[in-house]
Design a protein around this ligand. Structure first.
Ligand SMILES: Nc1ncnc2c1ncn2[C@@H]1O[C@H](COP(=O)(O)OP(=O)(O)O)[C@@H](O)[C@H]1O
Ligand SMILES: CC(=O)N[C@@H](CCC(=O)OP(=O)(O)O)C(=O)O
Length: 299
């Protein structure tokens, strides 16, 4: 008798597709905001995997909206130009020259590279910054940090660092409806006419909230949020995050990342997930399989 059963490896592929079925049904028509961090833009292979994942989401009826960073790339350019960089709580102190360079790197080169990768993967993307169609309005950020020597709060002027105070979703809706994937650089203009450099996590969170995104993914270069022993914390709510901040478990770039996740879920985004962008197809594994990855932030 002939054995008609497919080879086990082939059968496993079919099972993976079947496992994805309930997720495909659940997410059809939903908006997912994907924050692609500068540290996650590793090798050309990882960039290709990322673009394929985004194009696949679009192909199965999800509306992906990409917001990208580029902190390390801005740092490299500033170094080449002999300009010094300083960070306060994960935010780059930005003078007029730095703002110009940040815009050049983010909205000029990285934005178009990502648009290109998505095109190579068979999708159609349009790159824009918050300035285009005036869709994001920014306001200058102030920052108070504890002065360790004197035990007092000290106000730090971060220069042209902004935060989004208004998001007009019409341009994003128009692009998504035309089957075009928006790719957004974290730069916007203020009511004062200045160009503001916005932390990419903050920009992505504001856009996720304005779009009422079902999921908000933040791809970075760590497995997720780690505790003091270096173990992955798989599940966090706003109260747990406040504790981690107070006891110093989270620092640097993880601070705006988690602040953003909290703001997004409090504004109605179902869940935010911090994912390891160094893992090939991390996003697909998170969305379409039973094994969650990274750190889930929920209300
Ligand atoms: N508790 C923590 N768990 C994980 N990462 C942390 C933690 N505290 C600080 N970090 C830092 O946050 C970084 C991620 O933020 P960031 O450098 O801004 O990434 P991205 O460029 O992807 O936005 C990690 O690489 C790590 O150095
Ligand atoms: C104000 C501020 O800090 N802006 C960031 C914008 C880029 C960014 O956030 O990139 P990542 O997501 O790769 O860190 C910066 O100048 O680095």
């Amino acid at each position: 008798m002939t054995n008609h059963a497919p080879a086990p490896a082939l059968l496993a592929k079919a099972e993976t597709l079947v496992e994805a079925l309930p997720y495909l049904q659940r997410y059809a028509g939903a908006t997912f905001v994907v924050k692609y961090g500068g540290h996650a833009m590793g090798s050309p292979e990882l960039q290709r995997d990322f673009a394929e994942d985004v194009v696949l989401l679009k192909a199965v009826g999800i509306n992906p909206v990409v917001v990208h960073g580029g902190g390390p790339q801005i740092g490299a350019m500033l170094k080449r130009l002999g300009v010094e960089s300083r960070f306060v709580d994960g935010l780059r102190v930005t003078d007029a020259e730095t703002a110009q360079i940040a815009e050049m790197v983010l909205a000029g080169s990285i934005n178009k590279e990502i648009v290109g990768w998505i095109g190579q993967a068979g999708g159609r993307a349009v790159g824009l910054s918050g300035k285009d169609a005036g869709f994001v309005t920014a306001e200058k950020v102030g920052r108070s940090t504890p002065d360790k020597l004197q035990g007092i709060e000290r106000h730090v002027d971060l220069g042209f660092v902004g935060e989004p105070v208004g998001v007009d979703r019409r341009i994003i809706d128009t692009l998504s409806a035309a089957d075009i994937i928006p790719v957004i650089a974290p730069i916007a203009i203020g009511a004062d006419g200045h160009t503001y450099n916005i932390n990419a996590d903050t920009m992505a969170g504001a856009i996720a909230a304005a779009l009422g995104a079902k999921r908000f993914f933040l791809l970075t270069d760590v497995a997720g949020v780690l505790d003091k022993q270096g173990e992955l914390l798989t599940d966090l709510d706003p109260a747990a995050i406040a504790e981690l901040r107070a006891d110093g478990t989270i620092s640097g770039g993880m601070i705006p990342k988690l602040e953003t996740c909290v703001a997004a879920v409090e504004a109605g985004v179902d869940a935010a997930v911090i994912l390891d962008g160094r893992v090939p197809h991390a996003m697909l594994l998170e969305i379409f399989t039973r094994q969650g990855a990274g750190t889930l932030v929920h209300r």
